[in-house]
Design a protein around this ligand. Structure first.
Ligand code: NDP
Length: 286
């Protein structure tokens, strides 16, 4: 019996496929905008565990497409969770720091009050509630600022802009933990294995990279690691308006996942070095 992964092309989904023998379903095999396909896929594959790495992640576009975001991020994972609970198999679902409003400076704990300030955050919270209510051997892993060598992410945007420009203005008043997708994939597998043995570990957890940083300092680290000379000027969020609001304080307190599952926070600088080495190696090979 295999692990079934919803999502095939995303950052975390690709790392899951690199890490373990999983069956990963692309959008044309299971379109989450039709939530009933989720239970049907679980019925068809009869997996030993399910990981949901698919999501509507276009944060700004979600302001215009909240119903669609709710289907994909809310009702589809609810159906997955119900099907997994009925079969008594582990279900790991990824969620986000965007379920919080970003107030204060303290790292958010898993049971802190949620109050999303964007349509994307609200849709992810619908999913969290559905998964929690379904019960069973579930884990919700909230993560933040995901990056990898694949797909769309801040590291790749900075590498491309930093190669063209002498200076970039980057937001310095949003603080969070950049998280390598490879570390999330490893955490998902570890959690899945432990949930299979101990259903008492079910619940919501935080998993994000250390140390906390700002987008501006993250950009500086990317340029330093890549050997780019682009200068970074700090700006505030109010000077970089986007359709969706983003939390200023995205610090996630990850102590409970360490206590319960023995999973520590990943060092994002090491993760950044690894993917830049990967890029250099690919250039070298070509
Ligand atoms: P990506 O944006 O890289 O990938 C999203 C995946 O979802 C893609 O495989 C995409 O497929 C798939 N998908 C989107 N819509 C549908 C649909 N209707 N049916 C089936 N599949 C669909 O996501 P990440 O790997 O970055 O994120 C993984 C998880 O982490 C998500 O739950 C996300 O909410 C959460 N997260 C991500 C953060 C980030 O910075 N990226 C931050 C915090 C949390 P396709 O290629 O067809 O579009």
């Amino acid at each position: 019996m295999t692990i079934l992964v919803f999502g095939k092309t995303g950052q975390v989904a690709r790392e899951l496929q690199a890490l373990a023998a999983v069956v990963a379903l692309a959008r044309d095999e299971a379109d989450l905008s039709v939530p009933s396909v989720c239970a049907a896929a679980i019925e068809q594959y009869r997996p030993r565990a399910v990981i949901n790495a698919a999501a509507y992640t276009a944060v700004d576009r979600a302001e215009e497409e909240e119903d669609l975001a709710n289907q994909i991020n809310g009702f589809a994972p609810t159906q997955m969770a119900q099907a997994c609970a009925a079969r008594d198999i582990p279900f790991v679902h990824l969620s986000t720091d965007y379920v919080f409003d970003g107030s204060g400076n303290a790292p958010w704990r898993p049971d802190d009050r949620t109050r999303p300030i964007s349509a994307y955050g609200r849709s992810k919270l619908v999913g969290e509630k559905g998964v929690t209510e379904a019960g069973g051997r579930y884990a919700i892993l909230r993560t933040s600022w995901v990056f990898s060598a694949h797909g769309q992410n801040f590291v790749k945007t900075m590498l491309s802009l930093g190669a063209e420009r002498d200076q970039l203005r980057v937001v310095a008043d949003q603080i969070g933990g950049p998280t390598p997708a490879a570390a999330i994939a490893q955490a998902c597998i570890t959690v899945t294995d432990q949930l299979a043995k101990d259903s008492a570990k079910a619940g919501s957890y935080h998993f994000a990279g250390a140390p906390y940083t700002s987008w501006a300092d993250f950009a500086r680290a990317i340029f330093a690691e890549a050997g780019l000379t682009c200068d970074v000027a700090n700006i505030v969020t109010a000077d970089y308006l986007t359709p969706a609001c983003r939390p200023a304080n995205s610090r996630l307190d990850c102590s409970s996942i360490e206590e319960v599952f023995g999973i520590g926070r990943p060092d994002w600088q090491a993760g950044l070095s690894a993917i830049l080495q990967d890029f250099k190696q690919k250039d070298f090979d070509q």
